[in-house]
Design a protein. Structure first.
Length: 188
């Protein structure tokens, strides 16, 4: 992709994310996104069939990038894998707080098609598999997988969301203290 097309794509992506994070899914419209991205509305309609298609494609793009960043855990023991998942989650969110809000708003709006949900299911299964391994090998207390995921991700999402909504990012010490506190209850 030529440099100017890459820059245009980035401006469009950033405008979609920012408009959604600031206004919510229901208030997102093509014209304000085009203005924010400094492109014509026609440029958006050449790239996307509709507002729904634009939001779906953006969601999938972010979800795939997020998954790639999250899964950089290496071949290490399960306790280190769990810590690295937590660290990678916050590294992604700290760099892109509005993308967390976009994922949450778009996910809550249930705008993905069945085929798109099927596309991201293996990504979720891969992360779940790492947590299941920590349960199976005795790194974590013997609790149901869904409970382990909720206990790991609930505090992480809450902390990240609170700071993203305030327009900032969480302090590294707060991130570490939160992880250490919840890990005391989850580790075997």
């Amino acid at each position: 992709m030529p440099k100017d097309q890459g820059e245009t794509s980035k401006r469009i992506h950033d405008a979609i994310v920012a408009e959604t994070a600031e206004k919510g899914i229901g208030a997102v419209a093509m014209l304000p996104i085009a203005k924010r991205a400094k492109v014509s509305a026609g440029t958006l309609y050449n790239r996307f069939e509709s507002k729904e298609d634009m939001l779906q494609q953006t969601y999938l793009q972010i979800k795939h990038r997020y998954h790639g960043d999250l899964m950089r855990v290496g071949d290490v023991p399960s306790d280190q894998v769990i810590r690295q998942l937590w660290t990678n989650f916050f590294a992604f969110i700290q760099a892109r707080p509005q993308e967390l809000l976009f994922l949450e708003y778009a996910g809550a709006a249930q705008l993905l098609t069945n085929a798109q949900r099927a596309e991201i299911a293996p990504l979720q299964d891969e992360v779940s598999g790492l947590i299941q391994k920590a349960l199976d090998d005795g790194t974590m207390r013997p609790i149901p997988l869904t409970m382990a995921i909720d206990l790991l991700m609930g505090p992480a999402l809450s902390l990240a969301r609170r700071h993203a909504l305030a327009g900032g990012t969480a302090d590294p010490a707060e991130i570490e203290t939160t992880f250490e506190t919840l890990w005391l209850g989850l580790r075997a």
